[in-house]
Design a protein around this ligand. Structure first.
Ligand SMILES: Nc1ncnc2c1ncn2[C@@H]1O[C@H](COP(=O)(O)OP(=O)(O)OP(=O)(O)O)[C@@H](O)[C@H]1O
Ligand SMILES: O=P(O)(O)O[C@H]1[C@H](OP(=O)(O)O)[C@@H](OP(=O)(O)O)[C@@H](O)[C@@H](O)[C@@H]1OP(=O)(O)O
Ligand SMILES: [Mg+2]
Ligand SMILES: [Mg+2]
Length: 320
């Protein structure tokens, strides 16, 4: 080994890395748990809270900035900080995250991806954006040829409770009751189970979660109206340990998930996100991506502490 590489090695061994974080108190509680802090500390990584009321450049110095905050002001602060501190890795760039804060632009890159026939067909459900004027919705839906039932989702996905208030609409007339701006998405039967694919840099983990049950033709004939439904798939209880119909439970093929994760990381410019994927009921390989979330509930993902420690270590090796 050359003296130079010995020096680099010693430098790496001595160097401590600081991850500054700007997260909600709820996120701190669910994510920054003692096990993660312990594992990271053993590798020389420490976590330091960012005070949003003080200039960022007066704090730190940081090697990495981890954040999940919304708002234009915070975005500007971070963008400016990125320009003046090019050596600090901001996870992730605020402009890239903004892309996920609108349910139309969120799925646009999946639609552009062209992953047809690669271990299965991957697409997004047909959807229509309604910016205003609820009274025009029935006609717009008819013109677009969207099939009922429809899932109505607030267009803006800013992390507020309201942005997660979704409803299922069974008939065309009742669509007038909805409150734009929203996205109307065709409901795809998928056997009541979805796949949450968590991405942390290059690592992937997939879990099953409960979801909305299938809607039968008879349900459609016997129901009218618009029904709000709760955040079914957020429950910590996963569908992984339950006896399920194997055709519903079978995970999407690994090569497909790898390809999807890699392409989406590149296209979105993000390293920390998850995807909600469903498989159309009665098919073996027709998949739909219905949601993408920035910095999701990793705390519910088994083994996330090791995954994040490895992720931070790999970032450090890239930036010694
Ligand atoms: N097109 C669809 N077809 C079938 N079910 C759907 C569809 N869209 C949403 N769902 C169901 O509704 C749930 C919530 O939808 P979605 O994931 O888009 O909302 P969200 O509020 O962004 O959720 P999250 O808590 O994951 O951020 C999904 O987990 C799934 O159970
Ligand atoms: O609260 P949880 O731990 O469940 O995490 C949820 C997270 O809330 P948090 O960021 O406030 O923690 C949500 O973020 P916002 O859209 O509200 O910004 C969203 O990403 C959900 O998909 C996450 O649930 P998951 O999909 O991972 O089950
Ligand atoms: Mg979701
Ligand atoms: Mg979401």
């Amino acid at each position: 080994m050359s003296p130079c590489s010995i020096e680099t090695l010693q430098h790496q061994q001595q160097r401590n890395y600081v991850v500054g974080y700007a997260l909600t108190s709820k996120k701190v509680k669910s994510f920054l748990r003692p096990k993660l802090e312990g594992l990271a500390r053993n590798k020389g990584i420490s976590f330091v809270p960012i005070d949003q009321n003080r200039p960022l450049s007066d704090q730190g110095p940081f090697d990495i900035v981890l954040h999940k905050m919304t708002g234009r002001e915070w975005r500007q602060i971070l963008e400016e900080y990125r320009q003046t501190h090019p050596k600090v890795l901001v996870l992730d760039p605020p402009d890239a995250i903004k892309h996920l804060q609108n349910r139309q632009s969120m799925l646009q890159c999946v639609a552009d991806m062209n992953l047809f026939e690669f271990y299965g067909k991957v697409g997004v459900p047909r959807q229509l954006v309604i910016k205003s004027d609820a009274s025009s919705i029935p006609d717009l839906v008819a013109e677009a040829g969207l099939r009922l039932p429809l899932v109505a989702k607030p267009l803006i996905n800013d992390g507020s409770a309201k942005s997660h208030e979704l409803s299922l609409a069974y008939d065309q007339y009742s669509l007038q009751k909805l409150e734009p701006p929203l996205v109307l998405q065709e409901f795809v039967n998928h056997g009541g189970v979805l796949f949450k694919v968590f991405i942390v840099g290059e690592a992937i983990k997939v879990v099953r979660r409960f979801s909305l049950p299938n809607v039968t033709k008879r349900d459609l004939l016997s129901n009218v109206g618009v029904y709000r439904f709760p955040r079914v798939s957020r429950a910590a209880a996963s569908a992984d340990d339950v006896d399920l119909d194997p055709s519903v439970a079978e995970l999407p093929p690994w090569p497909l998930l790898e390809r999807l994760a890699k392409e989406l990381c590149q296209r979105l410019g993000l390293r920390l996100f998850n995807l909600d994927i469903i498989r159309e009921h009665g098919t073996r390989d027709h998949y739909y991506i219905i949601d993408i979330n920035y910095f999701p509930g990793y705390g519910k993902m088994p083994g996330y502490e090791q995954m994040f420690t490895d992720f931070f270590l790999s970032l450090m090796q890239q930036n010694p």
